[in-house]
Design a protein. Sequence first.
Length: 328
Amino acid sequence: MADQPKFNPGVSLAGAVDLEALAHQVKAEPGQAGGAPAAGGYVIDTTENTFQAMVQTSATFPILLFLWVPTDDRLFPMARALADAVNALKGQVQMSRIDIASYPSIAQALQVQGAPALFALIAGRPMPLLQGVATDDELAQIKDQVLPKIVAMAQQSGVTGTAPYSGDPSADGADGAAAGDGSAAGAGSNVVPPEHQEAYQLAQAGDYAGAAAAYAQVLESDPGDVVAARERAKALLLARSANADVREVRAAAAASPDDVEAQLAVADVDMIGGQIQDAFDRLLDFVASGHKADIEPVRKRLLEYFAIPDAADARLRAARRRLATLMY
């Protein structure tokens, strides 16, 4: 975030939350009846632990930052309207929701004094869009004019990736990601199975290596748990590369086209950015271009990746067939 206030975890922001919000406080959890709209679709929730990873992904696709307080019912209609507008773009933009009551240091970093506030984030650079509750006219303008302009600006900057889709939110009618914690590691739904609780909480805290180990224990008890397999693969991915500098990784891969580790690293970046086809093709093309000696590390990495998309994804089936062909 060059030329922007440095993110400084732990800074308190006295007065960041409107005191009037106390009169509008809702006790229900997001997604529950009467509660805030749930994350899902192309909408994620970001914490202090996942903030930097989220900023990194803005080098792959643009992000709409919504700073709010998810217990303040005055903000629910705005949150729903923004989520609907973002989800309608099918991954051209991701919406990242940040609870500034719980994470005031993020508000401090962005020089925000209260909720709600709206920013565009492209290649790590935040651009303020709105402070305060949006009117219906302003929401229409954001949907019809501002979001398309953000997409166009991102494309002009070479930010052309597609945000990952994380499934439907709970049945409160709101369209809402990767895993509801600003990362690709989470439960993948709004109901966490009891046996997944430890792993899920570790992922929420940003301990992706710990989450991967905990999901591995779940799989030891139930090898057929496809959700645990998927979330373990996501956690392993983020443990390796969540904080990678996207530009440095891509430059290293371009400079060392025969280095399997460099190609694996850039494939990780593609997966985190939702560019699944690019990640598959990069590794498969690498092996096909005369690097059969590196088939084993590529195979292992691809098997991790294969656990992440839906089993019916056509990209997955094609990549499996091609890998099998390359192996024999």
